[in-house]
Design a protein around this ligand. Structure first.
Ligand code: MG
Length: 203
């Protein structure tokens, strides 16, 4: 399986990192070795002094697809989840500055926290899903999929122009504003539509 991540999909997060608003979705990948299963701790890697959390809504692909038309995109997923795209912001800043790829900053071991998935029918409207991230019990990120620049079905259609989607692939749909640094002993907890989804201890 592969993990496909979308960058810069929420205007306020683009502003906080002083990035340019993209004309098309920004895409990058994480390998399966990046997966951090729920209930496992996240270990701060030795190569970074600035690991950021980015809470994101996840979409799990349920069948093979290529060049998927937006109007059929809903047939390619039945489960929605929540996770964290852990990012070595210091490494990413250097990569951006030099125009280099982001993998060292984004795709390292443990960088893709995958929480619980729920059948999409659990939710009334996938384009109006609220989600939050708490750090040590305090809300640090609050998002709603209604603020996405590209909605889930648009993302699936766009991504499938480049990569064949396969059953089990996961799409990280981008993070809202409020990203920040983690430190040892922090506890990060995510919720979607006010339902607790995951909790992770930083080590
Ligand atoms: Mg992200």
């Amino acid at each position: 399986m592969k993990i496909i991540c979308i960058g810069r999909n929420y205007a306020k997060h683009i502003e906080e990192l002083e990035n340019e608003k993209p004309k098309n979705p920004v895409i990058f990948l994480k390998p399966d070795s990046a997966i951090l299963h729920k209930n496992q701790p996240f270990f701060i890697p030795p190569f970074s002094n600035e690991i950021h959390y980015e809470v994101e809504v996840l979409v799990k692909i349920n069948k093979v697809g290529k060049f998927i038309d937006e109007k059929f995109a809903h047939k390619y997923y039945d489960e929605i989840g929540l996770g964290i795209d852990f990012t070595a912001r210091d490494i990413q800043a250097t990569c951006k500055e030099k125009g280099l790829p982001w993998e060292k900053a984004k795709a390292f071991d443990g960088s893709a926290l995958i929480g619980n998935f729920f059948p999409k029918e659990t939710f009334k409207d996938l384009n109006n899903l609220s989600f939050t991230l708490l750090k040590n019990g305090e809300v640090v990120q609050e998002g709603n999929t209604n603020a996405m620049l590209w909605k889930i079905d648009e993302l699936i259609s766009y991504v499938s122009q480049f990569f064949t989607l396969k059953k089990g692939d996961i799409i990280f749909t981008g993070t809202p504003a409020g990203v920040g640094k983690v430190k040892e002993d922090d506890i990060l907890s995510g919720a979607i539509e006010n339902t607790p989804n995951f909790s992770v201890k930083i080590k």
